[in-house]
Design a protein. Structure first.
Length: 117
């Protein structure tokens, strides 16, 4: 399984960024894909996830109503649309994958998101 994340960068507070993660090597109908982040000096935290087979989503309270996770079945890609960004969203963002009843087993390389005030 390979996860290739991209799309990070620098944004101003209130701005938007979109992250992408291309997945290869698996049959995605059996998978949940998610995004995690790790800020400097902090532990990695859950951001959001999507169940591939039906698109069901879940969000951390800190990003609810600002971030949107989605998937493209034709491109085997999961996206994270980040709106109304805040400086506290600054972190390395990781794409992750797991089987429906498993722990998060597969991780991408991470992409840096920096939000200036």
């Amino acid at each position: 399984v390979q996860l290739q994340a991209s799309g990070g960068g620098l944004a101003q507070a209130g701005g938007s960024l979109r992250l992408s993660c291309v997945i290869s090597g698996v049959t995605l109908s059996n998978y949940v894909m998610g995004w995690f982040r790790q800020a400097p000096g902090k532990e990695r935290e859950f951001v959001t996830r999507i169940r591939w087979i039906d698109g069901r989503t879940s969000y951390a309270d800190s990003v609810k109503d600002r971030f949107i996770i989605s998937r493209d079945n034709n491109k085997d890609t999961v996206y994270l649309q980040m709106n109304n960004l805040k400086p506290e969203d600054t972190a390395i963002y990781y794409c992750a994958g797991r089987l429906l009843s498993d722990t998060w087993r597969y991780w991408g390389q991470g992409t840096q998101v920096t939000v200036s005030s």
